[in-house]
Design a protein around this ligand. Sequence first.
Ligand SMILES: Nc1ncnc2c1ncn2[C@@H]1O[C@H](COP(=O)(O)OP(=O)(O)O)[C@@H](O)[C@H]1O
Ligand SMILES: N[C@@H](CCOP(=O)(O)O)C(=O)O
Length: 320
Amino acid sequence: MAVYTEVDDTALANFLADYDLGSAIAFKGIAEGVENSNYLLETTKARFILTLFEKRVNESDLPYFMGVMDHLADKGFPAPLPVKAKDGKALRTLCGRPAVIITFLSGMSLSRPNVEQCRELGEGLAKFHAALSDYVGDRKNSLSVEAWRPMFEGREAEANALNAGLTEHILSDLDALEAEWPANLPSGVIHADLFPDNAFFLGDKLTGVIDFYFACNDALVYDIAICLNAWCFEDGRGEYNHTKGRALIAGYQAVRPLSDTEKEALPLLCRGAAMRFFLTRLVDWADTPKDALVRPKNPIEYAEKLGFHRNAKGFFDYGG
Ligand SMILES: Nc1ncnc2c1ncn2[C@@H]1O[C@H](COP(=O)(O)OP(=O)(O)O)[C@@H](O)[C@H]1O
Ligand SMILES: N[C@@H](CCOP(=O)(O)O)C(=O)O
């Protein structure tokens, strides 16, 4: 369960006194998620999500994330809205942590997205990029190529313990990624963590996107690379599903066609995206205490995806 900070009844009642949301009638920690503490809050007025920001979130980035949600809501994109307290501010402090209440979105996250849902997700991603194309906030991607080697340093034995010889592959991936990482691709605000658990569907229709706490300004096609990794491998392992990949890319291109340079860059960006999630998972895998309530995600899944990307030759390997 991803609840790092416990909020008791008194702390909640005091916190809610600053809002015009009525009083709590239900309050439960949410099991899903690994980064922050999340609670489902039902008040006499409506349902909400209460988030307390934890380890990886830098407090100075929070206004950027709140602005992204406000901007999406203004554009009619289905994202939660940060709720303002009586003083007009959404960002507050609870139990010593930065905290926010956001509106509740209905819909279900998918455990095994089908081809049509991948297409819909691709289209939704392009609409997300379009909705934020005039967002003025700027945040560097703190988990991009220059962060990866320092994250891996000192973890060579941990990687080899997962899979003998893995360190050698990771080091040669890092060499290739650092040497060839593209600059000057069309950029804008990217979600940067649009996994199936951060998208809600009703049937095949995308009804909501959540979790903007890795959002940043980066190459737009890198967001596609993240989604291909997260949505288009079977059983979350190293077997890429071309049909799903083709659908996701086609859905995206129905709204924003990719340039030749972006298509050419896609295989390396997919490899980079797999490296980014392998590394954060490796760190969490090794550093999360065994008795912690949160269950870290397995890095091996992304080591296997890296194996696919290492051998990919071009855009067509992804269904493009
Ligand atoms: N606005 C929302 N509406 C409905 N459920 C939400 C909302 N935000 C978060 N959740 C629920 O909380 C879970 C964890 O949220 P998430 O933002 O992914 O956490 P973390 O940042 O810790 O990974 C989600 O999987 C979802 O079940
Ligand atoms: N999507 C990341 C983990 C981040 O957690 P989330 O619950 O915010 O999606 C991964 O799968 O490694």
